[in-house]
Design a protein. Structure first.
Length: 248
């Protein structure tokens, strides 16, 4: 690996780590970068999982350091996503890439609309005392299915689901999201490793950038509160929708 490749992956990873923690869609930067460096799509997909796991370890630690954590609830929500993810992966082989992108674009449009109709009066840096909606667990099953079925942009759906159904602030939503993604990415990475679909040099270089961006994004999210997180989320979703609809 050459020095410029390490620098490129660290830079792209830093941006992706920040985007993934504050909103989602960072893999739309990292996967093309890995493919640009010569990896095939399967190898790039597996290599990217190394960065995602390390990114979310650092993000979780950053939230914990700032006393924004609820590991018991995060683990419980993550477990609910696993059965759906397995079913989604089975169904994924039956749909074309074109349909993947079309479905994802319209789902993201729904997510961004929902952010403009969010309940008022959310707490900024404390978890909510409100009882979560009974739809929370079925929604996590659905999110898991979507993650296994399409994957790209699943962070947006996790944020929308937790924000509206868990009834807590976007800061806490982000905290839960990074741990949920961390947990269900571990078995996925194991499968890629088993099938020799991970480039460790590229993966660890990318992971260093992802971790750096994620650590500071988590601190920024806690200090800035819901308003900034909401704006970043909306901008990230709009960019991904335009890209999926081939506007640019």
């Amino acid at each position: 690996m050459e020095l410029w490749q390490i620098a490129l992956l660290f830079g792209v990873g830093s941006m992706a780590g920040m985007i993934n923690v504050l909103a989602g869609g960072g893999s739309s930067l990292t996967l093309p970068a890995l493919i640009f460096l010569g990896l095939d799509s399967a190898l790039a997909n597996g290599t990217n999982r190394v960065a995602i796991i390390i990114q979310n370890i650092f993000a979780t630690a950053s939230f914990k350091q700032q006393q924004v954590s609820d590991f018991n609830l995060s683990f419980m929500l993550a477990l609910w996503t696993l059965p759906g993810a397995i079913l989604g992966a089975i169904m994924a082989v039956r749909i074309s890439d074109e349909w993947f992108q079309t479905i994802l674009a319209f789902v993201l449009i729904g997510v961004i609309i929902s952010m403009f109709f969010s309940p008022a009066g959310k707490k900024q840096l404390t978890d909510s005392d409100e009882k979560p909606s009974w739809l929370l667990h079925p929604a996590m099953l659905g999110v898991g299915f979507y993650g296994g079925f399409i994957q790209v942009g699943v962070g947006f759906l996790i944020m929308a689901s937790l924000f509206h159904l868990l009834r807590t602030s976007l800061v806490y939503v982000n905290m839960h999201k990074v741990l949920i993604v961390l947990i269900y990415t571990i078995p996925a990475l194991a499968i890629f490793i088993w099938n020799d679909k991970v480039d460790w040099f590229f993966g660890l270089s990318l992971a260093a950038g992802n971790a750096f961006g994620a650590w500071w994004a988590a601190r920024f999210a806690v200090k800035s509160g819901d308003k900034i997180v909401r704006y970043v989320l909306i901008v990230a979703i709009v960019i991904m929708i335009l890209k999926l609809l081939n506007v640019f």
